[in-house]
Write a protein that binds this ligand. Structure first.
Ligand SMILES: *Cc1c(COP(=O)(O)O)cnc(C)c1O
Length: 499
């Protein structure tokens, strides 16, 4: 176990005059930089840490070991689908013909890469049950924005540009209303019913109230409670009858992939999160990929370029007169797309369905094994994730979902998603994914059960967690609003202490 007080001292290891690199003697005439750069581009001195190479290596290796990752442990972050990222994906991404191509290379020299893009457009349209797909958006939220831009372009093209309201259920991911607002839409909320599904009566009331202002509805299925919206066909039908289109937030496709298709349920447009369902790495802010699939009616508006297949091979098509234009530099996050492509080909059509089956099985296993200790928000068979609530612990002992999440870190687990969806008080949203073994799930269950006992017997202990991490409980608001992420010569220890 690490000793907490030692950490900040070890962090600051610079010693004046110590060097980690030797430069060869200068073999060009020396010039004064002040003659080359404008005054305002010059700094007065540059205080940098002074270290030897092994010290730098140890420093960064040490920091990397503080990272929690899917390669180091179970990561049940609900709605985020933190599945294992197979290393065969990385091998493909490192092939020189893939990893080292340049977006400005002539098309004739990148036929393999273009074929990957073309095939992924086809494959994702097929998995969606739709007619076409673009790979350009760089994230789920970016896909949402594009999907809404397509809906707007469609309405404008059909003389319905006045439609300015997007309906969003109250269980939706925060990105849904944010994307609608970013696209210039007003949003109207739709209540959930006692079963955690869209309240059909409220949807009808809302539709009647906004009548022909409705541009569309965004629906997550399974929703963020991990429940299948079993009225989905009727919901789509109702919105269509009012002239709106229906958007599927497909970030949660891990429960459906290979088993059920949003296009068949009545949706017109959806996004995928390749960095969730299709195993491209995520977390840490790296590039993601949020392709958008559409029915025929929205195809003309898809962004440029699209990968197309011709008699002379694959090319990029910019000749799309009704396109909403570009929404990403170049052609999207190519290497993310490639990793997902390898993943899909690796499983193939039949075995992809097993991904969904095992994801649902694992979530239900956790639900059943934990439901006597933690209340399930909507107790019934769940899909890819299960939403618990710590209401019982809070009422009995003042132990909150946040405390339970922090205590899990002491047991070596990444915390689940908490306080989301917003309609569940003290929510603990747990998504195990299909890639975890029975033993891992059992060990996690044991930790959760132990924490439930601690919450009962020693609530102060749970409330003071985490006890074993380099820094203890942070002031979350300050950590999020005023993060101190850079080393500063003025206050090197402040950062190490996480202030
Ligand atoms: C993850 C997620 C999103 C957003 O995806 P990003 O890639 O993080 O932008 C949207 N909706 C749901 C339900 C999600 O889980």
């Amino acid at each position: 176990m690490r000793e907490e007080a030692v950490e900040p001292l070890l962090f600051e290891i610079s010693r004046p005059g110590r060097v980690g690199a030797e430069l060869p003697p200068c073999d060009v005439p020396a010039r004064d930089v002040r003659a080359l750069l404008p005054e305002d581009a010059l700094r007065q001195g540059l205080p940098l840490p002074e270290l030897s190479e092994p010290e730098v290596i140890r420093h960064y290796t040490h920091l990397s070991q503080h990272n929690y990752s899917i390669d180091s442990g179970f990561y049940p972050l609900g709605s985020c689908t933190m599945k294992y990222n197979p290393k065969i994906n990385e091998e493909a991404a490192r092939l020189p013909g893939m990893g080292r191509v340049h977006p400005l290379q002539p098309e004739g020299t990148v036929q393999g890469a273009l074929e990957v893009l073309y095939e992924m457009q086809q494959i994702l349209a097929e998995i969606a049950g739709m007619d076409a797909a673009t790979l350009q958006p760089a994230a789920g939220a970016h896909g949402e924005l594009l999907g809404l831009m397509l809906i707007r372009a469609y309405h404008e093209d059909h003389g319905q540009g006045h439609r300015n309201v997007i309906l969003v259920p109250d269980s939706a991911h925060g990105t849904n209303p944010a994307s609608a607002a970013r696209c210039g839409y007003k949003t109207a909320s739709v209540d959930s019913d006692a079963r955690g599904r869209v309240d059909l009566d409220h949807l009808k009331t809302q539709l009647a109230a906004i009548s022909d202002s409705v541009a569309g509805l965004m629906l997550t299925n399974p929703n963020t409670l991990g429940l299948f919206e079993d009225d989905v066909a009727e919901i789509c039908d109702l919105v269509h009858r009012h002239g709106g289109l229906v958007y599927c937030d497909g970030a949660n496709m891990n429960a459906l992939v290979g088993r059920a298709r949003p296009g068949d349920m009545g949706f017109d447009v959806m996004h995928f999160n390749l960095h969730k369902t299709f195993s491209s790495p995520h977390g840490g802010g790296g590039p993601g990929s949020g392709p958008v699939a559409v029915k025929k009616l929205l195809e003309p508006y898809l962004p440029v370029p699209m990968a197309v297949k011709t008699d002379d091979g694959f090319r990029l098509d910019y000749d799309r007169p009704k396109s909403v234009g570009r929404i990403h530099g170049w052609y999207g996050s190519f290497l993310c797309i490639l990793r997902a492509y390898v993943y899909i080909l690796y499983y193939g059509r039949e075995r992809l369905a097993q991904v969904a089956e095992n994801a649902v099985l694992n979530a239900n296993y956790l639900r059943v094994r934990l439901q006597d200790c933690y209340d399930v928000a909507y107790p019934e068979i769940c899909m890819h994730e299960c939403v618990f609530t710590a209401r019982r612990q809070q009422r009995a002992r003042g132990v909150r979902a946040l405390d339970i999440a922090k205590r899990l870190m002491d047991y070596g687990y990444h915390p689940p998603t908490i306080y989301f969806p917003l309609i569940v008080p003290e929510a603990l949203m747990i998504e195990p994914t299909e890639t975890e073994s029975r033993e891992t799930l059992d060990a996690f269950i044991a930790a959760m059960r132990q924490i439930a006992r601690e919450a009962e017997d020693d609530p102060a202990l749970v409330k003071s967690a985490p006890l074993t991490t380099p820094v203890r409980k942070l002031d979350e608001a300050t950590a999020a609003r005023q993060p101190c992420l850079c080393w500063s010569p003025d206050d090197p220890v402040a950062m190490a202490a996480g202030n």
